[in-house]
Design a protein around this ligand. Structure first.
Ligand code: DHB
Ligand code: FE
Length: 278
């Protein structure tokens, strides 16, 4: 039986890709963020997940504004990293966990979630950076299932709906007959706004409350509408919806293996959490 062994959530600022490429992890600007990862590397070494189910938002590489699914899942055998315009070197492609992806896809559709199915998939920084942060040698020891959530074209799926989709993904993983240790990733956030009058907006108080809720009150953020979340977290801070999908996959309590929060990396309040089901 497949089993969720952990949830890893992290910000995915594209400039991290350049910092990784140039080996700037110990540079004073980058160090506070990269220091969040050695405890995660130790955990990965010990737990050795087989499959990553990554919940993230595409930023225009695989979907653009002309075709923007609310929820999509990639069943492709190979998830391809390519130039998306941020100047991040592309990474080796990622093997797809095809069998689990098809199983989750079928299960979600039967559970009333109308997924777009992608049998070919390009993955952008929101998928690739968490992977490179976890496995810096970029020799991926896992297969992956990409799950995309629209956080760019309004209206967005509600926080409530995102949490419920996470619950449905959790049920799907639990009913997958093959043995596999699954790590669920939630990529994006926390508060940031990249353009407009509030460019540079950060809300530390909300971010810290949200991080606390991931452990102690997982449905807390489901009270907010998409526009409430824009107001509280910034136009791109709404990427925290990906964290909610990831948290929803574990029905019971979780314990914190590691948590870090640092302002800013680029325009973003950068946060990382590793949670384990208890
Ligand atoms: C930044 C953050 C993001 O989440 C993103 O997708 C692009 C840019 C930033 O802070 O620069
Ligand atoms: Fe982003």
């Amino acid at each position: 039986m497949a089993k969720i062994v952990g949830i890893m959530t992290t910000s995915h600022v594209p400039a991290l890709g350049r910092a990784i490429h140039l080996n700037l992890q110990q540079d004073p600007y980058w160090k506070p963020f990269f220091d969040g990862f050695p405890p995660i590397h130790e955990w990965l070494e010990r737990v050795k997940p087989d499959i990553v189910v990554s919940c993230y938002n595409d930023h225009g590489l695989n979907f653009f504004l002309d075709k923007q699914p609310t929820f999509a899942i990639g069943t492709a055998p190979e998830l391809i990293s390519t130039d998306e315009g941020w100047g991040i070197p592309s990474m080796p492609s990622f093997p797809g966990a095809e069998d689990l992806a098809w199983h989750i896809r079928d299960s979600l559709i039967r559970d009333d979630f109308d997924m777009l199915t992608c049998q070919e998939m390009l993955v952008d920084h929101a998928f690739t950076l968490p992977m490179a942060l976890m496995w810096p040698d970029q020799k991926w020891p896992v297969k992956s299932v990409p799950v995309c959530v629209n956080t760019v074209l309004f209206p967005l799926p509600s926080a409530r709906r995102c949490f419920k989709m996470g619950e449905a993904i959790g049920r799907a993983i639990a009913s997958f007959p093959e043995d596999a240790k699954v790590l669920v990733v939630g990529s994006g956030g926390l508060s940031h706004q990249l353009e407009g009058e509030r460019a540079g907006f950060i809300n530390k108080e909300f971010d810290l409350k949200f991080m606390d809720s991931m452990v102690n009150d997982p449905q807390w953020a489901t009270q907010f509408s998409d526009l409430d979340l824009v107001e509280k977290t910034g136009n791109e801070g709404v990427e925290l919806l990906n964290w909610l999908v990831a948290r929803g996959t574990v029905a019971g309590p979780v314990k914190v293996v590691h948590s870090s929060f640092h302002i800013p990396i680029s325009n973003t309040a950068a946060a990382t959490m590793l949670l384990e089901p208890v």
